[in-house]
Write a protein that binds this ligand. Structure first.
Ligand SMILES: Nc1ncnc2c1ncn2[C@@H]1O[C@H](COP(=O)(O)OP(=O)(O)OP(=O)(O)O)[C@@H](O)[C@H]1O
Length: 275
């Protein structure tokens, strides 16, 4: 226990018998054979994927494929039924969301979860304070003003978060996650509700943040143009299984992927902004 305290572990990490801070610098996030069931409903079936430091990986699939469940399992918002998720070799699945954040997993939510009555800056400061506590010097280097500027939020810094447009709230969630100095950023539908110009700006901002912090990114979105442009590798989930993975060019030519997307062509959320 003494060794863990010396390594900078928080009480929750000590309680879990794991050391999080600094354990994963430059290392991969690895999902191995993860299964997740809700009662009799098996939502994730033997899912394996990985993301290296600084890599931007996409996760696509039709509605109900299990994408958000996977992000929730990676960040321990939900437990996994079997399999595991490791960050730099340290298990993060079946721990706690606090342990995952302290280990370097930053995330956004499909249904935006901001402190709507706090200002934009205060939302980021709350996360930054947690980062300073749990990630120490890693978080100390974060420049909140620069991050707000990068995501086009400087002019709204003193606005209540709840007064922002939907697209700005989504960008604020990303800035808040970055204020923790994450090793990996998990983005659940960050481009939802954005127009083409906002989506293009978001691509640049996420790329810049990933390269600046050498931060890996796993991103879910139904906007295929956004995913194909942003990501160097894509995993395709269908009915809880990974059915394809590879570069955007490989995945978009894969007959299994084409069949899934044509089979779900009546699915309103599965679209390309180029259509
Ligand atoms: N807490 C829960 N209890 C029971 N079933 C759940 C729970 N959470 C998710 N599910 C089910 O798991 C399946 C996958 O849902 P999930 O939200 O992960 O899919 P998704 O790929 O993210 O879909 P979408 O693109 O529509 O957001 C769905 O059938 C959903 O109803």
């Amino acid at each position: 226990m003494l060794q863990m305290k010396e390594a900078g572990a928080t009480p929750s990490q000590v309680a879990l018998g794991q050391t999080a801070v600094g354990a994963a610098a430059g290392q991969s996030l690895v999902v191995t054979n993860v299964c997740k069931s809700f009662g009799g409903l098996q939502v994730l079936k033997d899912v394996s994927l990985d993301c290296a430091a600084g890599e931007i990986v996409g996760l696509i699939g039709p509605n109900g494929a299990g994408k958000s469940t996977l992000i929730n399992a990676i960040t321990s918002l939900m437990s996994v039924t079997s399999g595991e998720v490791t960050l730099g070799g340290v298990r993060v699945s079946n721990t706690t969301p606090q342990f995952c954040a302290a280990s370097g997993l930053g995330r956004t939510f499909q249904n935006i979860k901001l402190f709507t009555r706090l200002t934009v800056r205060q939302n980021v400061e709350v996360a930054h304070t947690s980062g300073l506590r749990d990630r120490g010097s890693l978080s100390a280097g974060i420049d909140i003003d620069a991050l707000l500027d990068q995501f086009d939020l400087s002019r709204f810094a003193d606005w209540k978060a709840g007064a922002l447009s939907y697209g700005s709230q989504r960008r604020l969630e990303i800035v808040r996650a970055l204020a923790l100095a994450p090793e990996f950023l998990l983005l659940d539908e960050p481009a939802a509700g954005m127009n083409a110009a906002e989506t293009t700006a978001l691509i640049s901002a996420v790329r810049q943040a990933s390269s600046q912090f050498r931060c890996g990114v796993i991103v879910i979105d139904h906007d295929l143009r956004f995913i194909v442009t942003l990501c160097s590798r894509i995993f395709v989930l269908d009915a809880g299984r990974i059915i394809a993975s590879g570069t955007p060019a490989e995945v978009t030519k894969d007959p299994k992927v084409i069949e899934v997307y044509i089979g779900h062509s009546k699915n309103k959320k599965t679209k390309s902004r180029e259509e």
